[in-house]
Design a protein around this ligand. Structure first.
Ligand SMILES: Nc1ncnc2c1ncn2[C@@H]1O[C@H](COP(=O)(O)OP(=O)(O)O)[C@@H](O)[C@H]1O
Ligand SMILES: [Mg+2]
Length: 248
């Protein structure tokens, strides 16, 4: 599970993340939905331990990232939105390199092969990453994040730039992982993606969570008197385009 308690991150005097609290339970796919600039990536980089929060608490699988960073990081798989992959490695080399980073010892070949199969890259184990399409690179990065069997996954905008087949595969894999009890926090700026994949959704605007619930619950809220949610939700459903949400 992932638990965020009152997280704050400022850049200068600007609070990019302004008191975010959120729980992702085991087996849940939690959509982290908000317009560009809302603070999704900043939040996720803090969970991954790449940015230090100004205040607040992050627990991964019960481990406090501030006091037990190793245990917290060992429980987490992080899939960034713009991952770096060294292109002169083969897929197999890339995964074995990752296994080393996570301190997986012994013979990792079976696990590497298993992950390549899961992500439909089995045939490509010995091919250089530079020959891969965008979707294949993305699947390779994901297979690396699942390599050490994390109980929590943080994935930043996974559907951007995927073809329908690639997107379908990713959806199936996330669903399968959640069925095994993995807690998944997935950011997106598209309501459609959040709606299709999430058990619950938290909507973030300007660094703050403004609403949370299942798709049905959010719909009910947007249709009722919630004057903060209604305009955001309408725009996320395609009303006015994403830029406008920044002005809400
Ligand atoms: N390193 C940084 N320095 C200054 N401002 C930043 C930095 N990173 C992000 N921001 C700002 O913080 C806000 C949130 O950004 P981000 O977390 O990337 O949003 P999202 O992922 O929801 O699109 C934006 O206004 C962005 O410009
Ligand atoms: Mg982002």
């Amino acid at each position: 599970m992932i638990s965020l308690q009152n997280l704050v991150k400022k850049f200068g005097s600007f609070a990019a993340v302004d008191g975010v609290s959120l729980d992702v339970t085991p087996g849940e796919i939690h959509g982290f939905l908000g317009p560009n600039g809302a603070g999704k990536t900043t939040t996720m980089r803090m969970i991954a331990g790449l940015l230090k929060p100004d205040s607040g608490r992050i627990l991964v699988n019960g481990h406090d990232l501030a006091t037990a960073p190793e245990a917290a990081k060992a429980s987490l798989g992080f899939i960034p939105d713009r991952p770096f992959i060294y292109e002169k490695l083969t897929a197999g080399e890339f995964l074995r390199f990752h296994a080393g980073l996570y301190g997986l010892d012994g013979d990792v070949s079976d696990r590497v092969r298993e992950m390549l199969e899961v992500f439909e890259l089995g045939r490509w184990e010995d091919e250089l990453v530079e020959s891969f399409s965008h979707g294949m690179k993305q699947r390779l990065v994901m297979s690396a994040a699942f390599l050490h069997k994390p109980q929590a996954i943080v994935v930043d905008e996974p559907m951007v730039g995927l073809d329908p087949r690639g997107a379908r595969l990713i959806k199936q894999i996330f669903r399968r992982m959640s069925e095994r009890g993995v807690a998944i926090l997935m950011s997106t700026h598209t309501l459609e993606v959040a709606q299709e994949m999430s058990d619950r959704i938290s909507i973030i605007v300007k660094g703050r969570i403004i609403a949370r619930g299942t798709v049905d619950e959010l719909r009910r809220m947007a249709g009722s008197q919630d004057d903060r949610l209604t305009p955001v939700f309408l725009k996320l459903t395609g009303g006015g385009g994403l830029q406008e949400i920044d002005e809400v």
